[in-house]
Design a protein around this ligand. Structure first.
Ligand code: FES
Length: 306
């Protein structure tokens, strides 16, 4: 059995169990959540020894090069010395706060140092020791500044802070980007997105990035809204059509599965990304749209991919 050293303690890794379970069973406190390689909460760093390749397959190149790996995907075959990654938070200044509608605050942030991320990734934002939240990034990774969409939610102190207290010039702290980002390098096709207005942030990041990266490919968004129509969100996407020639969108009332089928029935060719909560995604899956290869982006708490 391979020996694993962590914080000077030597433990046995059980090769039938992932390293996360081996460490947890022996009393180590390792952050974790999805157990399926998606959230990256269980990321560790190998200070000695080589992590198995499969434990690094969901990580960006720079993390692989620095010997990071996911404990939930790791079945050790050799001895390793491992540690929790030491990543310092990055400070950032709020440079703009907009409220396109009463329940949505859009924060623009200038980080003190460049942040490398992919569309579809999220990070922890902290206003102070007690106020923090995991948020999807809504900006293109090529933009100088970062964009966060914060929905006002009852019982969510960070959302209250963002809507009522935060001011331009305030300093906040950002964790390292997490989650499986979408690498568009191998994608060249038409890109179609189906989303609910409550889950726009990753979709906006994807649209901005893909429109720039593949100006020759069509990008079509079907954005569903519940309740009254949101003119400011509609105007936001209209502005994007002026900025990107290859982008078009439809703003649609979300009601019955039957209507969804009619409205988005042609959305079944090319790459497909669906963004919304589990119910929304389940309703799209009930239609005649082929969602078997679709990338599904859930809210961070419900998250899983493909
Ligand atoms: S717990 Fe390992 S990636 Fe989520």
């Amino acid at each position: 059995m391979p020996k694993i050293t962590i914080a000077s303690r030597q433990l046995q890794a059980d090769s039938d169990q992932c390293l996360l379970d081996s460490l947890l069973n022996q009393g180590e406190r390792i952050p974790h959540s999805c157990r399926s390689g998606v959230c990256h909460a269980c990321m560790l760093q190998a200070d000695k020894g080589q992590p198995p390749a499969q434990s690094q397959q969901f990580l960006p190149r720079e993390k692989i090069n620095s010997q990071h790996f996911l404990a939930c995907q790791c079945y050790p075959i050799a001895d390793m010395t491992v540690s929790l990654p030491k990543s310092k938070p990055i400070s950032a200044i709020i440079t703009a706060i907009e409220k396109p509608e009463s329940t949505l605050a859009v924060l623009t942030l200038a980080p003190r140092q460049p942040l490398s991320y992919l569309p579809g990734q999220h990070l922890t934002v902290s206003a102070n020791e007690r106020l923090s939240k995991d948020c999807y990034l809504a900006s293109s990774p090529t933009a100088q500044q970062l964009t966060l969409y914060i929905r006002r939610k009852v019982g969510d102190p960070f959302s209250t802070w963002s809507h009522e207290i935060a001011r331009v010039g305030d300093k906040i702290h950002l964790g390292q980007p997490k989650g499986v980002g979408i690498d568009f390098e191998s994608m060249r096709n038409k890109l179609q997105l189906i989303c609910h207005e409550n889950h726009l942030a990753p979709v906006v990041s994807i649209i901005k990035h893909y429109c720039q990266l593949r100006p020759e490919s069509e990008v079509i968004l079907n954005c569903f809204f519940t309740g009254s129509e949101k003119p400011d969100i509609k105007r936001f996407f209209q502005d994007m059509t002026a900025r990107y020639n290859n982008f078009s969108f439809r703003f649609l009332r979300y009601s019955t599965t039957k209507q969804i089928t009619g409205i988005v029935s042609e959305a079944s060719s090319g790459e497909l990304i669906i963004s919304g909560n589990r119910n929304f995604i389940a309703n799209i899956e009930k239609t005649n749209i082929d969602t078997s290869q679709a990338l599904k982006l859930l809210p961070i708490k419900e998250r899983t991919l493909r």
